[in-house]
Ligand binder design. Structure first.
Ligand code: KIV
Length: 271
């Protein structure tokens, strides 16, 4: 990772200070060098090398197939691009659920081989031993509660989680536990906004929401979704800041026409 002078890096402590100061945290996913360079230069606080790479980069239906090696490949490319943002890497399905020793060696591989700054793990009390072991090694951990896509076959659907009191209470308890054992932040995915506000008030660590309303400490979106690259994904929580699907389609069509008509390359575009 190149270190640029005059760039104040975002750290886990910066995020904590932002929560205390009431400043909202911005987070986007990133999976490759070129996109991560633009995201970093835009001033985003956190880049998440999400296991959503399994969907948007590799075309899988779920996040389950992506491997630890593939996550490290994506994370390394992102780290090479970044000068300011905090880079957090999802631990992929199967790399930490077995036991805490396996979880620690997966986290160490991510940190050592990619140069990232932290890992993210889906789950609460059921993975607390693994989180603790990783934290003990000095690796910062971001939690992830609510809709946890690695458990999609247990849930059965991607609908809003924790609408019932029992699940909501369990989520609050899990958030408190993640704070107690030392996670530096928690992602809350697709839960009622009212519950997310409650969690953000009850813990001191930053709560980053996706489909969890505006009462939390920051927001995260999948970059391909917010750019409108995938025109088939339109959940209620998603705000599209562009329609790159249409713009890219238009550019590709113009290029095809120019090649076919012989218009490209012209005299100035050759040697
Ligand atoms: O993998 C991912 O992109 C995520 C975000 C949706 C939070 O975990």
């Amino acid at each position: 990772m190149s270190v640029h002078k005059n760039v104040k890096r975002v750290t886990t402590h910066t995020l904590h200070e932002m929560k205390v100061a009431g400043e909202k945290i911005s987070m986007l996913t990133g999976y490759d060098f070129s996109m991560a360079r633009i995201i970093d230069e835009s001033g985003i606080d956190v880049i998440l090398v999400g296991d959503s790479a399994s969907n948007v980069m590799a075309g899988h239906e779920t996040t389950l197939p992506i491997t630890l090696d593939q996550m490290i490949y994506h994370a390394s490319a992102v780290v090479r691009a970044v000068n300011r943002s905090l880079v957090v890497v999802d631990m992929p399905f199967g790399s930490y659920q077995g036991n805490s020793k396996e979880a620690l060696s997966s986290a160490i591989r991510i940190m050592k081989e990619s140069g990232a700054h932290a890992v993210k793990m889906e789950g609460g009390r059921e993975i607390s031993e693994s989180i603790t072991r990783i934290l003990t090694a000095g690796i910062p951990v971001m939690g992830h509660l609510g809709l946890t896509p690695q458990s999609i076959y247990k849930f059965g659907t991607y609908v809003v989680r924790a609408k019932e009191e029992e699940e909501a209470n369990r989520l609050i308890e899990d958030a408190k536990l993640l704070e107690e054992i030392g996670c530096f932040a928690i992602v809350l995915e697709k839960i009622p906004a009212e519950l997310a506000v409650k969690v953000a008030k009850e813990v001191q660590i930053p709560i980053i929401g996706i489909g969890a309303g505006n009462g939390v400490d920051g927001q995260v979106l999948v970059v391909h979704d917010m750019l409108g690259i995938n025109n088939e994904f339109n959940p209620r929580f998603l705000r599209k800041y562009n329609n790159l699907y249409d713009q890219m389609m238009q550019s590709f069509k113009e290029y095809i026409n120019d090649v076919r008509s012989g218009d490209f390359p012209n005299d100035k575009e050759q040697y």
